[in-house]
Structure formats: C-alpha cells, structure tokens
Design a protein around this ligand. Structure first.
Ligand code: URA
Length: 247
C-alpha cells in the first residue's frame, strides 16, 4: 500500500529539525530523494519505498517501531498523567516522534516487561482477550504458596467480582513465610495476579513481568531502560496470538 507523506514532515520526524529548517536544507541542496537533489520540501514521497539522503547519509525509515522497556516501579503505563511520570517519558528522545504507547498496562508498583510501539494493529492483536497471549510474572508472595494452589490456579480461580479466571500455570520456586513464584496467565484483567492471590488468602508483595507472548525480558536492561525488539522477538510476539499458555 502506498503511503505518501510530505518530505519535510518525514525528515522532521527523524529529528533533523523543524520544517522551516528542512526547507533551508532543501534550498542548499542537502537532501536527495532516490538520488535526485530535491528542490521543494513539500513534495510527497513514500518513505517506505523512497531512499532519502541528507548530506549523503541515508535515512532508514521505519513506519512502526517496537521496544521492550523494563518498566520501573512508580511509573504509570499511560501516555499522559498529571501526577506521575509515564512510560512514554522514559522513551529516548530519538524515538519521541513515533508517538509510542504501551501494549497493555502494568500497575504503578509492578515492574518488568512492557512493549512500547506505535503499531495499533499489533497492540490490538496482542491485547485482544480472544487471542489469549500469555504473560509470565515473577512474584514474591506474603504467605506460603503450596502444591494445592497450583491445582487451584490450573483449574481457574474465582476472583473478587465472581469472575473465574482461565487456567494459569503456577510454578513454586520457594515456599515459606514469603514465597517466590512464577505465574503464567493468558488474560489481562485489572490487577489480575494480585486478585488471584488475594482469592487464595495471600498477598503479592512484589510483581515483575518477565515474559509476554514468548518474548522474554532482557535481564541486561536496568529498570527504566529499553531497547528495540529483534526481528525474531517481534515474530515470536506476532505468532503468540491465539496460542494460549503453551507456545
Ligand atoms: N497483575 C497485576 O495484579 N498487576 C499487574 O501489574 C499485572 C498483572
């Protein structure tokens, strides 16, 4: 599909300055499109198929980008908030123009994997309740998590509003006064993990998402850091839609 946009808008989106500045660059012959020096900054081009050069440097245009963020605690999974810092504010300046948004939400006190993109179709696919994309969490629980909890989670837990959750996979790493677990779910109800534990009389003390749709949180990312998904990770995420717990 052809998607034409004004040249000055495309170049400006790359952070090369305002439209006025780009007009000046065009005037002094600094910009080429498909090998030809451009004379008018308002021409329409297809950034997906045209090669744009600025002072000999080729711009690598991407319509969509996909980042993994290690969300820190204290930050809101939203694009705007009056009181708290948002995940969008954690994005590097060079990707601001993509107008990224988070694929789903993590609570303010939850940390870990959050995918940021400007691809609404992918976000819709991954978040659709019908697609059962799996999410895996690591948690510290106040209370002793026991074998029978695994069975209860596998059968589905009735949470506070009477909703029975879909089967979830509970792994107990360490059981004690405080337990360490991993939980994989295929839904995204509000506060779901916390409410599932609440329903069995236990409390989530620390929560971190470590996987989404087969994409693992890169543990080398410190809280607040992000990086682009690799091609393979993006493919894995796309393919996870509809696969449920087992991919
Ligand atoms: N479940 C929760 O309770 N909180 C989150 O942030 C994510 C899943």
């Amino acid at each position: 599909m052809r998607n034409t946009q004004r040249l000055d808008k495309v170049v400006s989106n790359f952070g090369y300055g305002t439209r006025k500045e780009i007009k000046a660059m065009v005037k002094n012959g600094s910009i080429k499109v498909d090998g030809q020096v451009v004379k008018d900054s308002g021409i329409h081009i297809d950034p997906n198929s045209s090669t744009i050069e600025i002072n000999g440097e080729v711009l690598n245009y991407k319509e969509f980008i996909y980042l993994m963020l290690n969300k820190p605690q204290g930050v809101i999974s939203a694009t705007f908030d009056q009181r708290h810092k948002t995940v969008v504010e954690l994005m590097p300046e060079e990707v601001f123009h993509y107008k990224l948004f988070p694929v789903g939400r993590l609570d303010i006190d939850t940390e870990g994997l959050l995918i940021m993109t400007n691809d609404g179709d992918l976000a819709h696919e991954v978040l659709s309740p019908k697609k059962h994309v799996r999410k895996k969490y690591y948690a510290l629980i106040n209370g002793e998590v026991i074998e029978s909890d695994k069975k209860a989670f596998a059968e589905g837990i009735t949470i506070d509003d009477g909703y029975k959750t879909m089967p979830a996979l509970l792994d107990i790493i360490r059981s004690g006064i405080t337990s360490e677990i991993e939980l994989t779910i295929v839904e995204g109800k509000f506060h779901q993990v916390k409410r599932m534990f609440e329903a069995i009389g236990k409390e989530v003390r620390f929560l971190k998402r470590i996987e989404m749709g087969g994409v693992l949180l890169d543990e080398s990312l410190k809280p607040g850091e992000c990086r682009e998904l690799t091609k393979e990770e993006l493919e894995t995420l796309r393919n996870s839609a509809g696969k449920g717990l087992f991919i």
